[in-house]
Write a protein that binds this ligand. Structure first.
Ligand code: ADP
Ligand code: MG
Length: 267
């Protein structure tokens, strides 16, 4: 069981930033594939409007957790408790746009009501794609397709946005632009967010709180106490990056115990 450096939490992953009421509550979640246990009694809380980034090594169960939260994993039912809002949207690494539908039709897919198209247009304008409503998905760049995917998820005004490496296939410059856009959209719409990423800098730039999944549970929890917009040249940014990398096993030269206290981490 984890202890928290600031004494704020009893179980890793269960703290929510600034005492916000939880909109996601996961308790003792277990998921096995055959005889392999991927989630091993995982606990997690996310507060309303809180932006949480989830890091972890490849194969550590990040997507498994996200799918369980999204209600896409029927076999996980009955193991532990999952309490997540029904108004949720999911964004994946590939945009998953329907190639035979124009951009606006993709955004409003499944929406009904007289205002659906107008809301779809507004969402496209918010992601910088006003005027591209009638384009086909394959006429857009990878970054633009992810913008459409964001518009499609936000037009539903989700209480919870689940994103699984949404910028993983974009080039570095596009990715940086998308970070700014996502932060802006989240500040405006204020969904709770769980962003799965393998990019430590992305997590620090965007998140209020960073978690690392390890051995099927939340093994590390850090509240990111840096000014916004986050500055990668800030020494505290660099310190947090080194700490997270060391906990991910990427920078073995750093003894994470020496920096744990100063970055406010728990495990
Ligand atoms: N449907 C499945 N059947 C069998 N094994 C699976 C299935 N889905 C995921 N796994 C395994 O569970 C582990 C965690 O997968 P995943 O959650 O996708 O990891 P990641 O942290 O990289 O997102 C991996 O070893 C993967 O092979
Ligand atoms: Mg994954």
């Amino acid at each position: 069981m984890a202890t928290h450096a600031r004494g704020l939490t009893e179980r890793a992953g269960t703290q929510t930033a600034r005492g916000a009421e939880s909109v996601v509550r996961v308790h003792d979640l277990v998921r096995r594939f055959g005889d392999r246990q991927i989630l091993a009694g995982l606990d997690l809380s996310i507060g309303g409007g809180e932006f949480v980034a989830l890091l972890g090594r490849s194969g550590s169960g990040k997507s498994t957790l996200l799918r369980a939260l999204a209600g896409l994993d029927y076999d996980v039912a009955g193991s532990g408790e999952i309490d997540a809002p029904s108004r949720l949207s999911v964004v994946f690494q590939d945009s998953r746009l329907l190639p035979w539908q124009r951009v606006l039709d993709n955004v409003v897919l499944g929406l009904s009501g007289p205002d659906a198209l107008a809301h779809g247009r507004e969402s496209l304008a918010e992601v910088g794609l006003a005027g591209r409503e009638r384009a086909w998905p394959n006429q857009l760049s990878g970054g633009e397709q992810q913008r459409v995917a964001l518009a499609r998820s936000l037009v539903r005004e989700p209480e919870l946005l689940l994103a699984d490496e949404p910028f993983g296939s974009l080039d570095a410059l596009t990715r940086i632009r998308m970070h700014g856009l996502l932060r802006q959209l989240c500040d405006r719409h204020k969904p709770a967010v769980l962003l799965v990423t393998h990019d430590v800098d992305e997590a620090i730039v965007l998140a209020d709180r960073i978690l690392i999944i390890d051995a099927g549970r939340i093994g590390v929890e850090v509240e990111v106490d840096l000014d916004s917009p986050r500055d990668p040249t800030d020494p505290r940014f660099a310190e947090l990056r080194r700490y997270l990398l060391s906990r991910l096993g990427i920078d073995p030269c750093v003894d994470f115990r020496t920096v744990e206290q100063s970055v406010g981490a728990s495990r």
